[in-house]
Design a protein around this ligand. Structure first.
Ligand SMILES: *Cc1c(COP(=O)(O)O)cnc(C)c1O
Length: 340
């Protein structure tokens, strides 16, 4: 087994993020005790879950002598914002390649310019943080292919680019959440939290896969329920399993059983980043009861899933559910119409 503290790592957050009880929300829902892991308070610009992945990814980039980062995502990508923020902190160049959102009912809209991004939220921050370039492509474009073409071009100019995949989700990025699992187990012990379930958004799967590997390697059998933000259960679970397997292999750990992987597909609505009534209700409820802002793309939909699971009796009042707030709040201000 490879010890995590032997893997090269940068540090972008001081100490563990808070683990807090949500007493008013728990009372309002009348179900299990709900706790929240405040990964929206991680470091870098308006930090979120990508900050943990980037600690390992950027260390790898620097070890390879990179002077330039290239990454990809949606026009409101938190991952792109945080990669760019890490580049600023490290003095690296950073190029972003992003795809336009889906149309209102989940329709792909075709070539670039079909659904141009508004100058707000994360897209505004790409500019403020001084991205070396931002390329906007139509929805469904081959982002990774374009990233490789750009990397080739930069290499020909004498640069040393390092390409980070969508969401930073490969075995190196997932190490951030292997580490987070151990951090949470320590906090549970300290606060006397007997967690029956962890609930988290599930997108490019790095966060969930890392948690599953980290919990399993620490001998914990706390289940992780992922709430998918873009895919059905049948499409998402094999992706989680793949990254669980490759992350466990990277760390030389024994394989993790497949039943440790759940990704529920009932809460993303008509498509990635498109608002749902449940998301709007969940964002309002967390704000009104606890003063906590969620985001419309990930944590709002995951919270809608959590609320539905509670209302449908999935947990007892003896249970303690830990919800991971993975960040993303800048995106809230790009979706204000959903709340009007
Ligand atoms: C990327 C992201 C997620 C999803 O994490 P994955 O590792 O991609 O599954 C959840 N919440 C926020 C705010 C994110 O930016």
């Amino acid at each position: 087994m490879v010890a995590l503290n032997e893997v090269p790592r940068r540090s972008y957050t001081d100490g563990p993020t808070p683990l807090e009880p949500l007493r008013r929300l728990s009372a309002e829902l009348g179900g299990p005790q709900i706790w929240i892991k405040r990964d929206d308070q991680l470091g870098l610009t308006q930090g979120g879950n990508k900050t943990r992945k980037l600690e390992f990814l950027i260390a790898d980039a620097l070890n390879q002598g990179a002077d330039t980062l290239i990454t990809v995502g949606g026009v409101q990508s938190n991952h792109c914002r945080l990669t760019l923020s890490a580049a600023r902190v490290e003095g690296l160049d950073c190029h972003l390649i992003v795809e336009e959102d889906l149309g209102p009912e989940g329709t792909a809209l075709g070539p670039a310019g079909s659904n141009p991004p508004e100058y707000t939220g994360n897209f505004l921050l790409f500019d403020l943080l001084g991205a070396n370039s931002v390329t906007v492509l139509g929805h469904g474009a081959d982002l990774h292919g374009e990233a490789e073409i750009l990397a080739e071009k930069l290499r020909a100019e004498g640069k040393k680019p390092y390409v980070i995949p969508v969401g930073g989700s490969n075995p190196i990025g997932a190490l951030g959440y292997v580490d987070c699992a151990v951090e949470m187990l320590d906090q549970f012990a300290e606060a006397g939290v007997d967690s029956s379930t962890i609930v988290t958004p599930s997108g490019s799967t790095g966060m969930q896969a890392g948690l599953v590997v980290g919990l399993h390697s620490a001998g914990s059998d706390i289940p992780v329920i992922g709430i998918n933000v873009s895919r059905t259960q049948a499409d998402q679970e094999p992706k989680i399993v793949d990254l669980v397997d490759s992350t466990a292999r990277f760390l030389d750990l024994p394989p993790v059983p497949r039943d440790a992987t759940t990704g529920l597909g009932d809460y993303f609505g008509t498509g990635y980043a498109l608002p749902t009534p449940g998301m709007v209700e969940a964002v309002r409820l967390f704000a009104r009861t606890e003063g906590i802002l969620l985001d419309p793309v990930y944590t709002g939909k995951a919270a809608a899933g959590l609320i539905d699971l509670i209302k449908s009796g999935r947990f007892t009042s003896e249970d303690t559910v830990v919800f991971i707030h993975s960040g993303g709040v800048p995106g809230l201000f790009a979706r204000t119409q959903a709340f009007a």
